[in-house]
Design a protein around this ligand. Sequence first.
Ligand code: PGA
Length: 231
Amino acid sequence: MLIAGNWKMYKGPAETRAFCATFEPPDGVDVVIAPPYVSLAEAVASGLTVYAQSVHWASAGAYTGEISAPMLLEVGAAGAIVGHSERRQYFGETDETVARRAFAAAEAGLGVIACVGESEEERESGQTELVLRVQVEAIKDAVGTHELLVLAYEPVWAIGTGRTATPELAQEAHAFIKSLLPRPVLYGGSVKPDNAAELLAEPDVDGALVGGASLEPDSFAAICRAASSRS
Ligand code: PGA
C-alpha cells in the first residue's frame, strides 16, 4: 500500500517544516508527500519520502520554469507525480508529454506516479474505458511495466469536489487499467479519513493519491492508518 499526499500549490518551506514536525507516518504503509518544488529540500530533511509534482524529460536545457530528474535526485527527492489532471487541464500536458516525463523519471531512478482519469463529460457519454485506454497505453508505450512505475486513477469529476467514486466504480476502473498495464494503481479524488478504508478495501486499489486531506497532519495520518490496517 502506498499513500501519497499531493500538496499542489500549498505550503512553502515554513509550512512544510511545521507539517513534518507533527506528522508521523504509521508502520506498515509506504507514505510519500509531494510538496511544491521550493519545499522539497525542507521535506527531505524531515526524513519522509518526498516526490515532486512533475518532472521534465530532459536532464538540462533551455526549458524555463521546468525541473529535471537529476535535479530532483540531487535534492533527495525519491520520485515524481506526472500527468496530474490539473497539469493536463491548465498547463497543456498531453499524453505524449506525460509519457516522456514518466520515461525520463523512471530511467533516472525516480519513482513515478502517473495519473490518468476521465472527465465527467467523458464518463457520462460512455467513453471512460476509451479515455483510460488511450492515456494508459501512451504511458505503457514509453515506460512498459517498469518497477518504478505506479499509476493513479483520478476521475477528474472527483478531484477536489467531495464527490468520491464509489468503491465499486473505483475497483472496476482499476481492474481495467491493470488489464492494460499490470502495475499498482492508486485511487485519487476526494479521499478523506472517513472514506479511505472502504476504497482501500477493494482488491485492485493499491493505495491513494490524496490532495486536500493530505494538508493536515491528522487527516493525512488517519488515511495512512486506514492503509496500514489493510496491508
Ligand atoms: P483531492 O485531490 O483529494 O483534493 O480531491 C486529489 C488529487 O488531485 O490528487
